[in-house]
Design a protein around this ligand. Sequence first.
Ligand SMILES: [Zn+2]
Length: 280
Amino acid sequence: MKRIIMCMCLLAAVFTLAACSGHEASTEQSIPKAEEHHEKKSVHPQIKKEPDTSAWVKTKGTARLPILMYHSISEGNSLRVPKEEFRQHMKWLHDHGYYTMTPEEAYLMLTEDREPREKCVLITFDDGYTDNVKEAYPILKKYKMKATIFMIGNFIGHRNHLTEKQMKEMAAHGISIQSHTMNHLELNGLTPEQQRREMADSKHLFDRMFGQRTSVLSYPVGRYNKETLKAAAASGYRMAVTTEPGAASRDQGLYGLHRVRVSPGMSGAAFGSYIQNVMN
Ligand SMILES: [Zn+2]
């Protein structure tokens, strides 16, 4: 464990160029070695240290986690949830004591059957629209909620999509940026090699951009096949999410996790019943 913590510290030093203690500084020369250890142990440096799970408790049976799926926070079609509705959804989660997870915490929960609180949720947004920072982020910040945005590598800074600067601002305040591939192509229509490139290139991009080990992939339009599952694992992701409906559990396979689609037209109370039904 000590070695893992040291690896974390070393990687944090590399990525953030933060001043570190004399002890860590003295081991800087061994950084490549530390990174090797890191690979072998599949430890995750995105959060500079592993989540503190010492107070977590066992779940009742295999862990089940609602992974909410939002896209745009605006109006106009079935994928867009209006800001006021989104605000009510977040307020409902807040008022009912839900714990919003990071992807790293979700991974630990799903693989170890332990949870920080009886009610947990992973909030996700696909595609990385600009309204995520303009409309959703202030609400998330107000309630001190964490969330994950699945960004498309080649869409960064494009019209209606987040810029690097916007993502970095959010990443500094509890919003995790994860991968929605490079080009948002339907993966089941690609060769295995093309699929692998879409996944690996976007992972490298986000790893570099955010000094993290990008760990979760969202399949564009929810399309995938057997090769997709293999390629996601081979590209170094720890989990992948689909658009199959329902709460996520590792019984689905860590590369085939289900999500709870949030559609427009739900008040806070309707949203609450929906989430509770999903978990029953
Ligand atoms: Zn998408």
